[in-house]
Ligand binder design. Structure first.
Ligand SMILES: Cc1ncc(COP(=O)(O)O)c(C=O)c1O
Length: 478
């Protein structure tokens, strides 16, 4: 192995070279991005083959570098086609994504500027814009002016951070905090909530749902029947369940939570986007009473990954739980009286608002900015229309399903998820249909279960999904 030449300061040339802008690499990467952004339609692509991927990557990373061209070429020809395009209008599994071009382009600005949003001291400009974006969501939900929070990596991180605040706040308030708290949930709650409760050492009070919807009366009945309701510290309601897009009885749950002194967390990771639409806004009545709320813009608000909004009614409660204390961080918590003019050329500083204080993180990408840019460029009306496109295509799908004798619609879609059955099919038949659809690049639709039975499930949110795509998919089930 040859030793890299050293400069007089002891820095090697290859180390310096990593910081020199290579115009050819720049052009190559930009032209890849240009082509991907312009792809219409986006190719759905295919699942990866482990052996082929391993062979392609074998020995790639070695002591000496390689030409950017060869590495990018490997990515473009071997790796990218083995990632199913979640932003394709034919991706209707799980919860898809459909980032706007403006948000994708601004994501590049965030990357190229290494924009972080950890503390006000370091990143006031980024944080101010993120907070403006959180305010739009808080206003749509009807939360009070003092509500606030931060963007985290996803709904899972949001749920975990919020439930940590619920647990610790209850512990501080109670004269005799429960040894092990519990959280009321229905069995439709997202898997990330169940996981968060396990990680936080919290147990569940399982509330029987009414036709798959968690209701205030169900919650009250469960609390009244429970032997130790004092252990229950919070309730998690879902505004848009992942399997069927059902919005829980938020108003009823809010009222019972208020009466029993429970923290009211609303997981609107998928469904929160519906707040933009007056057509369905009424379903969310009661969301304004949330103590904490999670909405994922990387789902139905057309932002790139990874972007979830976590908003608290009283952010101070979250700050008391999540602030990391260390001598080297002290400076980030100094208020404006300490950062006076003598420190900083006449600059004044407000009460420092550090997004790091509102979730279990410290360093964080300014991940709210791509949404901020796109919202400011397109305006909220365009967002309303894009959300309503998802609601509308779900209604089209429901009526197309009703027209086909071999299919059975399982419930009227409340938001943009449609569940239905192909009469007579087993789980294995759904799975082979999924594989066939993908192999023919018609769509990516995975099965789920409903009341114990295997079903098909379509999750819409891409404004580019047309009735023709829906009909094409449904016709393959004949
Ligand atoms: C209702 C709900 N909550 C939480 C999550 C988890 O979000 P993430 O995948 O961003 O962690 C999801 C994901 O689909 C969801 O639908």
């Amino acid at each position: 192995m040859t030793t890299a030449p050293q400069t007089p300061e002891g820095v090697t040339d290859p180390a310096r070279a990593m910081y020199r802008l290579d115009p050819a690499m720049l052009e190559m990467i930009f032209s890849y991005c240009r082509a991907r952004l312009a792809a219409d339609p986006v190719p759905l692509d295919l699942p990866g083959d482990k052996a082929r991927l391993e062979a392609a990557l074998d020995g790639l990373i070695r002591p000496e570098g390689r030409s950017p061209e060869s590495v990018l070429n490997l990515f473009a020809t071997e790796l990218a086609p083995a990632v199913i395009s979640i932003d394709s209008p034919r991706f209707l599994s799980f919860i898809p994504a459909a980032p706007t071009k403006a948000s994708l382009l601004f994501d590049m600005v965030v990357s190229c500027s290494s924009l972080q949003g950890t503390s006000w001291l370091e990143a006031a400009g980024a944080i101010a814009a993120e907070n403006q974006t959180l305010r739009v969501l808080a206003d749509l939900a009807g939360l009070p002016p003092e509500a606030g929070g931060c963007f985290v990596s996803g709904g899972s991180a949001g749920n975990l951070s919020a439930l940590a605040v619920a647990r610790d706040t209850a512990g501080r308030r109670a004269s005799a905090p429960p040894r092990r708290g519990r959280v009321a949930v229905s069995d439709e709650v997202h898997a990330s909530v169940t996981n968060a409760l396990r990680l936080l050492g919290l147990d569940t009070l399982l509330v029987e749902a009414d036709d798959h919807r968690l209701t205030g009366s169900g919650l009250a009945a469960a609390l009244e029947a429970d032997r130790s309701p004092g252990e229950v510290v919070a309730v998690v309601a879902t505004a848009g369940t992942t399997n069927a897009g059902i919005v829980d009885d938020l108003a009823g749950i809010a009222s019972v939570a208020g009466k029993w002194g429970l923290w009211f967390h609303v997981d609107a990771a998928y469904g929160g986007a519906g707040l933009f639409s007056p057509r369905v806004r009424d379903r969310y009545r009661g969301i304004e009473a949330a103590d904490s709320l999670v909405v994922d813009p990387h789902k139905w608000l057309f932002a790139p990954f990874d972007c979830a909004a976590l908003i608290y009614r009283r952010p101070a409660l979250a700050k008391a739980v999540h602030t990391q204390q260390a001598s080297y961080l002290e400076v980030t918590h100094r208020d404006d009286t300490e950062w006076d003019r003598s420190d900083h050329d006449g600059a004044t500083y407000d009460e420092p608002f550090n997004p790091s204080d509102y979730a279990f993180h410290l360093t964080r990408r300014a991940r709210g900015l791509p949404l901020w840019f796109s919202l400011a460029v397109h305006g909220t009306e365009a967002y309303r229309e894009a959300v309503e496109a998802g609601l509308a295509i779900a209604q089209v799908a429901a009526s197309e399903i009703r027209r086909r004798p071999y299919l059975k619609l399982l419930r009227e879609p409340e938001l943009s998820i449609v569940i239905y059955e192909r009469l007579g099919w087993t789980w294995a038949e759904y799975e082979s249909w999924t594989q066939r659809l993908l192999a023919e690049q018609i769509g990516f639709v995975t099965p789920s279960r409903w009341e114990g039975r295997p079903i098909a499930r379509l999750a819409f949110l891409h404004p580019g999904t047309t009735p023709e795509v829906v009909r094409e998919i449904l016709d393959t089930m004949a």
